[in-house]
Ligand binder design. Structure first.
Ligand code: CO
Length: 150
């Protein structure tokens, strides 16, 4: 396992639409393990493929409810809204106020290709939506009503 460099805003990699994951192999597992190490060191709540320069539809979140990996995720439904502070390891030293769904239902595959679905609420839902956006080249700063320096 290894720490990878986190791509910073301004790099076009963060603005690309990611491709589906088709191989659930050692390369994917190493990527996920490296991402986990990288985010633990940086003390974030999640990380998406493009943030380490990999344009694949993969992300994870590390929240109170646990550690969850999502491969080829699809947000099936959203409900309610919540507003709150958000940051991103690719936008260092800044925070923004972002409105997100209060609850999301998401289906995805795990690292072995097994399908699952789960319901995320509150901060967990926020983290899922934030990471999901990364897969389509969207950053929270595109949606924030106010951005402040740390
Ligand atoms: Co982010």
């Amino acid at each position: 396992m290894a720490i990878r460099n986190i791509v910073q805003v301004g790099d076009e990699t963060l603005r690309k639409k990611c491709f589906e994951v088709t191989s659930f192999d050692q390369k994917l597992w190493t990527l996920l393990d490296d991402m986990k190490d990288t985010v633990r060191k940086a003390e974030g709540a999640g990380l998406a493929g493009p943030q380490v320069g990999v344009l694949r539809r993969v992300f994870f979140v590390d929240v109170e409810e646990g550690y969850f990996e999502f491969v080829n995720p699809v947000i099936v439904s959203v409900s309610g809204t919540q507003s709150g502070k958000e940051g991103c390891l690719s936008v260092k030293g800044k925070w923004g106020e972002v409105t997100r769904p209060k609850k999301v239902v998401i289906k995805a595959q795990d690292r072995f290709g097994n399908a699952f679905s789960l319901t995320a609420k509150d901060f967990f839902a926020r983290a899922v939506c934030h990471e999901y956006d990364h897969l389509d080249g969207i950053l929270y700063i595109d949606k924030a009503t106010e951005i402040v320096n740390d």
